[in-house]
Design a protein around this ligand. Structure first.
Ligand SMILES: *[C@@H]1O[C@H](CO)[C@@H](O)[C@H](O)[C@H]1NC(C)=O
Ligand SMILES: *[C@@H]1O[C@H](CO)[C@@H](O)[C@H](O)[C@H]1NC(C)=O
Ligand SMILES: *[C@@H]1O[C@H](CO)[C@@H](O)[C@H](O)[C@H]1NC(C)=O
Ligand SMILES: *[C@@H]1O[C@H](CO)[C@@H](O)[C@H](O)[C@H]1NC(C)=O
Ligand SMILES: *[C@@H]1O[C@H](CO)[C@@H](O)[C@H](O)[C@H]1NC(C)=O
Ligand SMILES: *[C@@H]1O[C@H](CO)[C@@H](O)[C@H](O)[C@H]1NC(C)=O
Ligand SMILES: *[C@@H]1O[C@H](CO)[C@@H](O)[C@H](O)[C@H]1NC(C)=O
Ligand SMILES: *[C@@H]1O[C@H](CO)[C@@H](O)[C@H](O)[C@H]1NC(C)=O
Length: 314
């Protein structure tokens, strides 16, 4: 839509008294996170401080963390012995609400979900090891909004999946890592992963939009992690600021698995201010600087300001 048309549409919305889109500035006092190692603040994936801790600091919004490393959306669909969103994280949250240890006012609280890396990846959809399929996973992701809404939640940020084919584990040029030590065709992995992520992200957006009429008074933001990480990959100098040459293909903590000598991975660790030159921390996880960028943009969304990477759907 061009600018004039867009402003016209927006002013029509305003004059027709349509329901406000998004949260108001200063409305949100708390955020509750769900997800995997990209969001876990204890078992941190980026080698430093996780994005929710930065986002809380940048925005002065209190953090209530439920995301856990290794998680998938539901172990019914992609079985992995880790605390999934549906069988572990949501039950933990509901338990704290019902026993009175967590008292959050719905209008002051926003819920975030960043999930999918483990659902789509090795030992799951990518390698044919899941019980269900991509549509099951995307239903599950969107059901997270529905289930929380039915229990009183009103404000949500849905973070879509990053271009996982750009991580070393899933790239066409990826080496053997501790994450996957069996033979694989890395070209096929990257092609298939790209398809899974793009299709999955499109499905969740369509399914979220279809859910909106059923969740009146909810505010749902769609956070385009995919676009943000693709932009960091394409234009690293706009985001990365370390003291080493900027690097979006290697990682801070690389371990090259030796096929003929499996107990002897050759590891290299980048230290200090050089780390902020990297997009990836290891073969699967974003770096701390990438996470600061995620935090900065997520803070803007939660504060009711605008982020280039987020769209309020309602
Ligand atoms: C998982 O399976 C159990 C047992 O069939 C069922 O009760 C539960 O609702 C399922 N969870 C999801 C998220 O589908
Ligand atoms: C409420 O449940 C949580 C999670 O199981 C537990 O950690 C906490 O101690 C419980 N609080 C009370 C007051 O029972
Ligand atoms: C996946 O979705 C299909 C089609 O809706 C359904 O028949 C199947 O039971 C689902 N599988 C799981 C594991 O949820
Ligand atoms: C890997 O897959 C690509 C794409 O299907 C194919 O062109 C290539 O020949 C395969 N490589 C090997 C070693 O099988
Ligand atoms: C990126 O980092 C990796 C790991 O530290 C290194 O092997 C590689 O040479 C670097 N690439 C560039 C383009 O600097
Ligand atoms: C690697 O280490 C394990 C446990 O320490 C040992 O059982 C195994 O034999 C070792 N493998 C090789 C190839 O040295
Ligand atoms: C980074 O620090 C580790 C641990 O102190 C050290 O082993 C490693 O050599 C350092 N890396 C570089 C590139 O200096
Ligand atoms: C890079 O920028 C972040 C803010 O995004 C800052 O916290 C960090 O200290 C900077 N890193 C370096 C090496 O200057």
């Amino acid at each position: 839509m061009n600018f004039l048309l867009r402003s016209f549409a927006l002013s029509l919305l305003a004059t027709s008294g349509a329901r406000a889109v998004g949260v108001a500035r200063g409305q949100i006092k708390n955020f509750v996170t769900f997800g995997d190692s990209y969001t876990d603040i204890v078992n941190v994936g980026d080698g430093g401080t996780a994005w929710p801790v930065y986002a809380s600091g940048y925005s002065d919004i209190a953090l209530f963390p439920f995301a856990k490393s290794g998680a998938t959306c539901s172990n019914n669909i992609t079985f992995r012995p880790f605390p999934s969103v549906f069988e572990s994280q949501l039950p933990a949250y509901f338990e704290e609400v019902s026993n009175g240890s967590l008292k959050l006012k719905p209008e002051e609280t926003i819920y975030t979900l960043w999930i999918g890396t483990n659902d789509l990846g090795e030992s799951a959809l990518l390698t044919g090891d899941a019980v269900g399929f991509l549509p099951n996973v995307t239903n599950c992701m969107v059901d997270w909004v529905k289930v929380l809404y039915e229990n009183g939640a009103r404000n949500f940020v849905f973070q879509n999946m990053i271009p996982l084919e750009l991580t070393i584990l899933y790239s066409a040029t990826g080496y053997f890592t501790k994450f996957w030590t069996f033979p694989r065709n890395s070209t096929e992995w990257s092609v298939f992963m790209n398809e899974l992520v793009l299709t999955g992200n499109e499905e969740t957006l369509l399914k979220l939009e279809a859910l909106l009429p059923h969740i009146p008074d909810a505010h749902v933001a769609h956070f385009d992690s995919h676009g943000l990480f693709q932009d960091m990959f394409n234009h690293p100098s706009e985001f990365l600021n370390g003291t080493a040459p900027l690097n979006v293909t290697g990682c801070v903590n690389s371990c090259v698995f030796q096929v003929n000598d499996p107990n002897n991975s050759v590891c290299t660790l980048v230290n200090g201010t050089d780390r902020d030159s990297y997009l990836w921390f290891d073969e699967l996880h974003p770096s701390e600087q990438a996470d600061r960028i995620v935090a900065r943009e997520m803070a803007l969304v939660m504060e009711g300001k605008s982020s280039l990477w987020a769209t309020w759907l309602s």
